[in-house]
Design a protein around this ligand. Structure first.
Ligand code: SF4
Length: 282
């Protein structure tokens, strides 16, 4: 019998928050996976700290609720310890692009076979509205009442420069496309990066801004690096530019985990390791 994927934990996200779309999109992707006969016991979700991170409480799969900015190293460790697992990270824009930035670059450089979904709402929502690395110039929040004096950086361009092998941009109000991008990211063998434009209904509601600018890529050759760079730069310093959604770049390269022994351990070996760990004899 298919499992119930939404847990009974009390949901504390604000009404209208984009996290709901991501929760239900992930739920649909996982349900499809189960329908295809793949066990959800082999899936691990790793979250950081922030509103997004409650996903670990709200989705009924194996999960690790880790430290701020540390989703990627934890996910990397899980994948290396057991390469048979499918490891999905959810991180916020503060998580992935500030505290965890070095981990992000190295995950792309190494091509570790994990999927990273960045809930990019351009604000620290959990701490009530400070600016993040993707907040636009002039953003007025709790820590910048007169407006930021920094330009936001471009995560898609950064991932192209860092060597990521699957790069996509989604939007929480385009759920079918988002579902395809997440499904394909998980299916991709290598580091899959999905930047998701998400609404923070309470501290930075960008709905009108996004609705008038986003478009879905058609006829784009995702294997063409130069074309991908062009798409990545289309929406950059010019905040009035159109915003491309879809798979921006993809290529195949050996994964980081493929360079290490890939035999997964048996149940007996795992129990024996745990026993040794508990005895402190490792
Ligand atoms: Fe969502 Fe923003 Fe509320 Fe956090 S503060 S739950 S990101 S709407």
């Amino acid at each position: 019998m298919a499992r119930t994927l939404i847990t009974g934990a009390q949901n504390t996200w604000c009404p209208g928050c984009g996290n709901f779309t991501l929760q239900h999109t992930l739920k649909n992707v996982l349900a499809d996976r189960e329908t295809e006969g793949k066990s959800l016991d082999d899936v691990v979700l790793v979250t950081g700290i922030g509103c997004h991170a409650k996903m670990a409480d709200y989705l009924n799969i194996n999960s690790v609720y880790t430290l701020h900015g540390r989703t990627i190293p934890v996910a990397t460790g899980i994948k290396l310890a057991n390469p048979d697992l499918t490891v999905i990270c959810c991180a916020g824009d503060g998580d992935a692009y500030a505290e965890g930035l070095d981990h992000l670059i190295f995950a792309a450089k190494r091509n570790i076979d994990i999927t990273l979904i960045v809930h990019n709402n351009q604000v620290y929502g959990l701490t009530t509205g400070q600016y993040t690395p993707t907040s636009p110039l002039g953003f007025k929040g709790k820590s910048t009442p007169s407006g930021t004096t920094e330009y936001p950086f471009n995560p898609v361009e950064l991932m192209l420069a860092s060597g990521a092998t699957y790069i996509a941009r989604g939007y929480t109000k385009k759920m079918p496309l988002l579902q395809t991008l997440i499904h394909d990211g998980i299916a991709h063998k290598g580091f899959a990066f999905i930047d998701v434009l998400q609404i923070c209904a309470t501290f930075f509601n960008m709905t009108d801004y996004y609705q008038s600018r986003v478009y879905e890529l058609t006829g784009h050759d995702a294997t063409d690096f130069e074309a991908a760079c062009k798409k990545a730069r289309e929406w950059d310093y010019n905040r009035d530019a159109p915003i491309a959604l879809g798979r921006i770049y993809q290529r195949m390269l050996p994964t980081f985990d493929s360079h290490y022994p890939t035999r997964s351990i048996t149940k007996e070996e795992r129990e024996e390791r745990i026993t040794r760990l508990l005895k402190g004899s490792v």
